[in-house]
Design a protein around this ligand. Structure first.
Ligand code: CP
Length: 316
């Protein structure tokens, strides 16, 4: 296994195919190295809610014999100031660079979840919170989803696709936009585009006009605005909502029905259905699709443990 310095995007994994193979080996016995992390500590820092990421990281630590400390920033820690040079006479109590340096005194690796604030497009695009941790911490950093990417999710998605594709030919993978009731970040979709380019697949991204993703992630991928046309002969359909990127965070009205239903899936090659969860049932995807035998949603969630173990084993 090659050691990695940080885990924030696909480029941090030196050889994805090898990494996926190693994940399959980890999955055969997740308890194979119970003393691997003896006397080492992982800091799990959450600025935002989580179910899968939080629990899979905790369980991965337990399986590897690692200690972990959970910090729910904003609740368990002082409110952090994010801006360099700020005069801290307002509600922020501790600068993020001080927090990063202090946590480095206690932890051998720090894992951080920091969603976009959706206030300033450029600030979110620069991933300022994650970057400040990378800059100021003296230990390796794992992204548990940042303003721009969700690398652990995408790594897991590639593993789940690998497990479910045994044919010689390339699979057709469709990333489809789905409706939602509020403005949702681009990180899962961005990351999915970034990682899926690294596997051997034909990829189509489909979304309504006005819901473009950042071009740095979609460059080289086919974009189709007709969902039914995109779904034709698909082997995998990955469903996700996101807000507009050009009109940052906006949710322009969509007149057509983009919820994924069994009827729409008739055009596919008996496609497997993927979603990172949490999912808004009967808004993004119908119950009958989510609960069908083609649904991979729980396998994806389970695989979060496997990729978390791979990252911890390779970063420590
Ligand atoms: N998919 C995912 O990251 O789930 P959580 O937000 O619950 O961690």
């Amino acid at each position: 296994m090659a050691k990695i310095q940080k885990f924030t995007c696909v480029n941090d994994v030196p050889n994805l195919q090898q990494a996926l193979q190693e994940c399959l080996e980890i999955k055969e016995n997740t308890l194979a190295t119970p003393d691997f992390g003896k006397n080492k500590t992982v800091g799990l820092v959450f600025l935002n809610p989580s179910l899968r990421t939080r629990i899979s990281m905790q369980k991965a630590c337990q399986n590897l014999g690692l200690n972990f400390i959970i910090i729910n920033a904003g609740q368990d820690a002082w409110t952090w100031e994010l801006h360099d040079g700020a005069v801290m006479d307002g509600i922020t109590v501790e600068h993020i660079k001080d927090a990063a340096k202090v946590l480095s005194e206690y932890c051998d690796v720090i894992a951080l979840r920091c969603f976009p604030a959706f206030k300033d497009k450029e600030e979110d695009a620069q991933d300022k919170v994650l970057k400040q941790f990378i800059e100021h911490a003296s230990v390796p950093i794992i992204s548990l989803e940042s303003a721009t990417r969700h690398p652990l999710q995408s790594f897991t998605d590639m593993l789940t696709i690998k497990e479910n594709w045994k044919e010689e030919r390339k699979p057709k993978i469709v990333l489809t936009w789905a409706p939602h009731i509020k403005s949702i970040a681009h990180s899962v979709s961005n990351s999915f585009c970034e990682w899926v380019k690294e596997i051997d697949a034909d990829v189509v991204v489909t979304h309504p006009e006005g819901y473009n993703l950042p071009t740095e992630f979609t460059d080289g991928l086919e974009i189709v605005h007709d969902q039914q046309e995109a779904l034709k002969d698909a082997d995998f359909v990955y469903v996700k909502n996101w807000s507009s990127y050009s009109d940052y965070g906006a949710t322009p009205e969509v007149k057509e029905d983009w919820m994924l239903t069994l009827d729409k899936l008739k055009a596919t090659n008996n496609a497997k259905i993927m979603h990172c969860l949490p999912v808004r049932r009967n808004v993004e995807i119908s119950d009958e699709v989510l609960d069908s035998e083609n649904s991979l949603i729980y396998q994806q969630a389970g695989n979060r443990l496997i990729t978390a173990q791979w990252v911890l084993k390779n970063i420590l």
